[in-house]
Write a protein that binds this ligand. Sequence first.
Ligand code: CO
Length: 161
Amino acid sequence: MIVTHENPILREQAKVVINFGSDELKQLVDLMFKIMLEKDGVGIAAPQIGVSLRIFVYGFEYSPRYPDEPAVPIMAAINPEILWRSPETTNYEEGCLSVPFKRGAISRSSSVKFSYHDIEGNKYEKTVQGFEARIVQHEVDHLNGFLISDRAKELRDSRIA
Ligand code: CO
C-alpha cells in the first residue's frame, strides 16, 4: 500500500534508523523492494509505505514509467546523507507513486555524492549521476517531507502513475 500526498506522514522529517541487522529492518527493506517492483517504481522511501524512517530503495531493470532510462542497479540506503551536489543541474519531468498521475519538470543536480548504511550498519559513500542522481535526490526529499509538488513549478496530468 502506497501512502499518497494528502497523508501527513509524507510531510514529516523521517526518523534515523538506530538498530541495524534486525529481522524487522530486513523485513521492512524486503517489503519496500517488493512494493517498488509491484508498482513499477524506480525508487521508494519508507514514509511512502507509512513508516517514518530514513530508508529508501531504488533501482530497476526496465521501467515502464520511465521507458527511456537505462537500468539502474538495485540498492537500499539507510540514513542517507547527501554530501555534495553538483552545481550543474538538469531539468526533467518526473513523477511519484505518492502523487499519482501527475508529472512535473524539476531541476536537480546532475550528480550527487551521498553516504548511507546497509542493513548491517556498514557505511558507504557513492557518487551517482544522471537519472540515478535524480532518484537519490527525490528519495532524500521524501525523508525530509518534500514532494514533487514542492519542487516543480507546475504538475501536469499524466496517463502514467
Ligand atoms: Co516519490
